[in-house]
Design a protein. Structure first.
Length: 238
């Protein structure tokens, strides 16, 4: 990957999602907060750009299997992928995690009072995410699929205008990103305490996996799908 210093973190991850492991390792936000340079990351997170560049190049030079080339996918295909993969994951995991968190808060809440807040934060996030995904699937994604195959509209054709909806959805992404940052802090980055039972361990493991999937989910939308959709709309309406 050339000229890494001239790219934002979001652009680096968009070019090769394997690099997200580097930013995740240093707890650097690459989805909602990814519109910053590596130099800005030094100011915000205290990590030297040279360290990040070295680790990014190590990942790119490794034999690790390359991830999907999300940035090269057509708009409609990417929207379908997000729905089938990430939206379905969220819907499947919410009831499972809710049950686990209710149980460990009841059993371990006295020794670990933070679990009550973790449970509350997750439940608030779950409710918001379900409504958020409904809006995407019923309002935004159908428009994006139309844009993917649209020609320049004839005179009098009604424009799609997706910017306002996308701005709102990005704001909601930031809210959920912040909520999970708080969950991660409360659990010391999902560390397993010495007195944890198997249910406790599974709950934290699944919660960490949920956050990791959410980061990829938000990254695909904020940094690839949404910018490409806006660019496509601008092209056909000019």
């Amino acid at each position: 990957m050339q000229n890494i210093k001239n790219l934002t973190i979001a652009e680096i991850v968009a070019k090769d999602f394997r690099t997200s492991d580097v930013f995740r390792k240093h707890q650097i936000d690459f989805c909602c907060g990814g519109k910053i340079s590596l130099l800005d990351a030094k100011k915000q997170y205290g990590i030297e750009p040279e360290t990040l560049i070295r680790e990014i190049n190590e990942v790119l030079d490794s034999n690790a299997a390359a991830t999907h080339a999300y940035n090269e996918w057509d708009l409609d295909f990417l929207a379908d992928f997000i729905e089938r993969t990430h939206h379905q994951f969220v819907r499947n995991e919410i009831p499972v995690l809710d049950a686990y968190l209710n149980k460990i808060a009841a059993v371990h809440g006295e020794n670990h009072p933070e679990l009550h807040e973790v449970k509350s934060l997750f439940q608030a996030s779950a409710k918001a995410l379900l409504a958020h995904m409904e809006e995407e699937e019923n309002l935004l994604f159908p428009k994006i699929r139309l844009l993917a195959n649209a020609e320049k509209p004839e005179n009098g054709a009604k424009p799609v205008f997706i910017d306002h909806t996308i701005t709102k959805l990005i704001g909601e992404h930031e809210t959920e990103g912040d909520r999970f940052k708080e969950i991660a802090q409360l659990t010391a980055q999902y560390s397993i305490p010495e007195d944890a039972c198997n249910t406790y361990m599974v709950a934290l493991s699944k919660l960490a996996a949920f956050e990791q999937d959410l980061h990829q989910h938000i990254h695909l939308e904020n940094n690839i799908l949404f910018p490409k959709a806006i660019a496509r709309e601008s092209l056909i309406l000019q």
